[in-house]
Design a protein around this ligand. Structure first.
Ligand SMILES: [Zn+2]
Length: 161
């Protein structure tokens, strides 16, 4: 039945309840490899395209630029460079974060794509495009196969150590 075009969202009524629905998503072949390397080895893997030379992080099965199959997996990072940064002021429930969480797009050394993750050990004033950072990992016993097994990215010392 088509909706009445005069109906406005404020006129809708809602009721609360729960639905007994569960779902299970698999990582798929490429993400399985990427997340397993993080969880089991604290290494970040990318997939390099033999056709155009682009390295994607996370690795994937096919190059989105030239459509070649990506079969060459390489370790990237853990150091990288901030390409974009933002401050997040509200959590998923709308509660204010104090201080705001700093999030960045990091281009890991050896990769052309970026990884979105949180920053740590840096102030908003110092979190700038071009800042050199490195990934650091949760303790091995706490890793679950999540992107949060990378605890975050923190500034590298100026000399890169
Ligand atoms: Zn390619």
């Amino acid at each position: 039945m088509p909706l009445d075009p005069a109906l406005h969202a404020r006129d809708l009524r809602t009721w609360h309840g729960s639905m007994p629905v569960t779902s299970r998503y698999t990582y798929g072949p490429a993400n399985e490899r990427f997340f397993r390397a993080i969880k089991e080895e604290a290494r970040i893997l990318g997939a390099r395209c033999g056709g155009c030379g682009v390295t994607y992080v996370p690795g994937r099965l096919f190059c989105e630029r030239c459509f070649d199959e990506l079969a060459d997996w390489i370790e990237v990072g853990p150091a990288g460079t901030i390409e974009a940064v933002t401050a997040v002021h509200l959590d998923l429930d709308g509660a204010r974060l104090e201080p705001p969480a700093l999030m960045a797009l990091v281009r890991l050394d050896g990769a052309e794509s970026v990884l979105y993750h949180r920053l740590s050990g840096v102030t908003a004033a110092d979190a700038k495009i071009g800042l050199r950072v490195e990934a650091f990992f949760r303790p091995a016993e706490d890793r679950t196969g999540s992107i949060l097994d990378i605890a975050g990215f923190r500034p590298l010392d100026v000399d890169g150590t």
